[in-house]
Design a protein around this ligand. Structure first.
Ligand code: AMP
Ligand code: ZN
Length: 464
């Protein structure tokens, strides 16, 4: 498959360097609260990349870290009155549960920053020894960006009129800083009272690693000095990934990532998501409004990863309709199959176009469109042809990680009678246009883990 590379700004073929396994790294979540659907745009697209490679016959090695040590996790664990490890373990578990609901495959290796302190310290030692890092008077250690002429290639600094030569004595101690602050960044932060219990011994005294270092150290540990692809949301291009490249190449040599895959940020209602605007949605927020994780996944797949995607609550309703339509057509196709359904290599029948879109710079909206085109073309197929078409459809759905909703009647057997009667009562209220009461019952059902979806002639109940 071909994919756009942020560094060279062109498409490249994705092929494993070692000839067998595509080895890639994704910057993982900072576990200090629930992930929002913007985060999930990035994680879902990374999942589709992996699934597409695997469905296309490659093996993969997927490493994604857990950021359990930075300014934010320390600050919020203290607010919560919990130890850092207790606090981050809770949010990591929540993240895993949400990923499961969204059908994101778990990475093969999921290392955490706290579990790799020695590796981070030895990377700093190597950088100091080679003259790329220096201790400041307070005991913190900084990376000297002027010592690495390639600094800024990924984020195209040369076009941003920032001068590496002017960074003498300009230092950033915070984990996150702005796009136009070109500065030496912190590798080791000397112990401060606000860090509480969270400090470790090092050759430069007690303290903790800076945030950018963890990925470099864990990548070295699990993928070595050269690997196939590195990924994150677009906000990570600068400074985080720029800093990772500097740390890794200066301490270890090697090519680091052969390919950079960045996902454009999700917008909500046309703007940036923020808590204060009340538009920062989590999966739970959307479930409380009756939306399934698959509907969320469908919406996230509905935009090309290099283009802006604007999330609205209405788009979830449209996703529900699209999924139901897809599911209905797939069920009809399944009733017409006969004979042998084994797929020959490279033969996806009417779903070839959908598959080709994925191969072409992970064009997920093109793939969704291709599925509907394929379903229309398959409408007259029977026997072996229908079987082949269905196998082709399933291959594309697997790559997208989409699980189609069951027919309403398929689900009925699992519903407890008291839930069924609540849902029936709600349907009656809706028919009577008593929206307030019917919404109350929707919330009551949601509280017990049931999601109601309304159709024209009835409703579907699914367990969350
Ligand atoms: P964080 O938990 O903040 O470390 O972010 C986890 C991942 O989500 C990173 O790859 C971020 O770049 C990505 N991310 C954060 N906000 C958004 C957004 N609005 N849209 C897409 N990706 C995002
Ligand atoms: Zn990272």
């Amino acid at each position: 498959m071909r994919l756009f590379d942020t560094l060279t700004r062109t498409d490249h073929d994705l092929v494993p360097q070692d000839g067998t396994t595509f080895r890639f790294y994704c910057c993982g979540p900072t576990v200090y609260g629930p992930a929002h659907i913007g985060n999930f745009r990035t994680f879902v697209l990374q999942d589709v990349l992996r699934r597409t490679l695997e469905t296309g016959g490659f093996r993969t090695l997927h490493v994604r870290n857990i950021t359990d040590l930075d300014d934010k996790t320390i600050r919020d664990s203290q607010k919560a009155g919990q130890s850092l490890s207790e606090f981050t373990a809770g949010w990591a578990a929540k993240f895993h549960a949400d990923c499961g609901k969204l059908a994101c495959l778990p990475p093969h290796i999921e290392p955490s920053a706290v579990a790799h302190i020695p590796q981070q310290i030895s990377m700093i030692e190597a950088l100091v020894a080679k003259g790329h890092a220096y201790p400041a008077p307070d005991g913190s250690v900084y990376f000297k960006i002027a010592s690495f002429p390639d600094y800024g290639r990924l984020s195209h600094l040369d076009t941003r009129e920032l001068d590496l030569g002017k960074t003498q004595n300009v230092r950033a101690n915070a984990d996150e800083y702005e796009k136009d602050n070109l500065s030496d960044f912190v590798l080791w932060k000397t112990r401060r009272p606000e860090d509480g219990e969270n400090f470790w011994a090092s050759p430069w005294g007690e303290g903790r690693p800076g945030w950018h270092l963890e990925c470099s150290a864990m990548i070295r540990e699990y993928l070595g000095d050269s690997f196939d692809l590195h990924s994150g949301g677009e906000d990570l291009i600068f400074p985080h990934h720029e800093n990772e490249i500097a740390q890794s190449q200066c301490s270890c040599g090697g090519h680091f990532a052969a390919h950079w895959f960045h996902i454009t940020h999700l917008l909500v209602d046309g703007g940036k998501m923020s808590k204060s605007l009340g538009n920062l949605y989590t999966l739970d927020d959307l479930a409380a409004r009756g939306h399934t994780p698959m509907e969320v996944r469908y919406v996230l797949l509905g935009g090309h990863y290099r283009k802006q995607l604007n999330f609205t609550l209405d788009s979830l309703g449209a996703a529900r309709e699209a999924l139901n339509k897809m599911a209905k057509a797939a069920r009809q196709l399944a009733t017409r199959i006969g004979g042998d359904s084994t797929l020959e290599e490279g033969d996806l029948g009417p779903f070839q176009g959908a598959w080709d879109s994925l191969q072409n710079d992970l064009n997920t909206p093109g793939t969704l469109g291709g599925i509907f085109t394929g379903l229309r073309e398959a409408a007259d197929l029977t026997g072996v042809d229908a079987a082949k078409a269905l196998a082709g459809l399933n291959r594309v759905l697997k790559a997208l990680g989409l699980v189609l909703p069951d027919a309403v009647e398929d689900r009925a057997a699992d519903i407890p009678p008291e839930i069924q009667s609540l849902a029936d009562e709600r349907w009656q209220l809706r028919q009577a246009k008593d929206w307030a009461k019917s919404d109350e019952l929707r919330a009551a059902l949601a509280a017990q883990g049931w999601v109601v979806k309304d159709g024209k002639d009835g409703y579907a109940l699914t367990k969350r």
